[in-house]
Design a protein around this ligand. Structure first.
Ligand code: ATP
Ligand code: MG
Length: 282
């Protein structure tokens, strides 16, 4: 489990310091897929960087499976347990061949050759990029590059992956590829996922949604629980999935439909069921 206790974070030195996380308690349990939402500048990336010790708490503490990120003796283990994926795949590529790129981190860890081969093949298959292993990353699409970056993390055999807006720079098909990959890694490979996103439809795919505002956690629940609070979310400068918004607007205009749909499929089913009932009454 990743655990933040009374976490405060600050930037800047004495005199000009600015506290940007104001005391957060949060537990990410093994196996979960957690989406983190929040308006620009609310502290999402800062929080994420505490999960593998890129940043250390100003006060409070963060532990990964009980290991304190502030403890210099365990930071190496923590970095191996928690992998980070960022927005821009180009900044995460280090080699001119896909499979060398994925091998880079385990090579640095001193993993032996045979084991590296096994891990690289496994990671590339897990993200669906195995057949592209001899290509140059520059010739791949954005979604493919991001999947290679994710494979590079998988090759480290992490328990947790923290993704900071991994689809922000991708086109719709690239976004879909990456989301499918993330869901598969969570469901089939048992990797715990923390994903920051500005896309509500992506957050709707998680088991749990955490909403931040001004350095604090404002909501924490299942996607259905969180997205049912449309007016509060709007007040925080956030939106809801399009399906949820459509149902909300229908209700507001006097159509008495009952639905907690967050996906297009559920929304279509609920609207169809509502109108077929009406038809029966005619
Ligand atoms: N390196 C830094 N030095 C000083 N202030 C910073 C630094 N990084 C972030 N901040 C400030 O800390 C606050 C939180 O930033 P953070 O990047 O964590 O927000 P975010 O929720 O990830 O935003 P976004 O949605 O834009 O990515 C913001 O006010 C930001 O300006
Ligand atoms: Mg950010």
């Amino acid at each position: 489990m990743i655990k933040a206790e009374k976490l405060k974070a600050k930037y800047g030195e004495d005199g000009e310091e600015k506290i940007v996380i104001h005391g957060i308690d949060l537990e990410i349990k093994k196996g979960e897929f957690v989406a983190v939402l929040g308006h620009n500048g609310c502290g999402k990336s800062t929080l994420a960087k505490h999960f593998n010790g890129i940043l250390l708490p100003y006060s409070g503490r963060v532990t990964v499976d009980g290991l304190d990120t502030s403890d210099e003796d365990t930071i190496y283990d923590i970095r191996q347990k928690t992998g980070m994926v960022f927005q821009n795949p180009d900044n995460q590529m280090v080699s001119s061949i896909v499979e060398d790129d994925v091998a880079f981190a385990p090579e640095n860890l001193g993993v032996d050759r045979e084991e590296i081969r096994r891990r690289v093949d496994f990671a590339l298959k897990a993200v669906g990029m195995y057949e592209h292993r001899h290509k140059t990353p520059q010739n791949l699409s954005g979604g493919q590059k991001q999947r290679v970056a994710i494979a590079g993390i998988i090759a480290m055999q992490p328990d947790y992956i923290v993704l900071d807006e991994p689809t922000a720079m991708l086109d719709p098909s690239g976004r879909e590829e990456v989301m499918k990959t993330i869901q598969k890694l969570n469901r089939e490979n048992g990797i715990t996922v923390v994903m920051i996103t500005h896309f509500m439809d992506e957050a709707a795919l998680a088991d749990r949604v955490v909403v931040m505002d001004k350095g604090l956690i404002k909501m924490d629940g299942t996607p259905k629980e969180v997205f049912s609070r449309i007016e509060e979310l709007t007040a925080l400068g956030l939106s809801v999935p399009q399906s949820t918004m459509l149902i909300y607007l229908l209700k507001k205009s006097g159509i008495g439909i009952e639905s907690d749909a967050i996906s297009i499929e559920e929304c279509v089913d609920d609207i169809a069921a509502f109108f077929s009932k009406k038809e029966e009454k005619l």
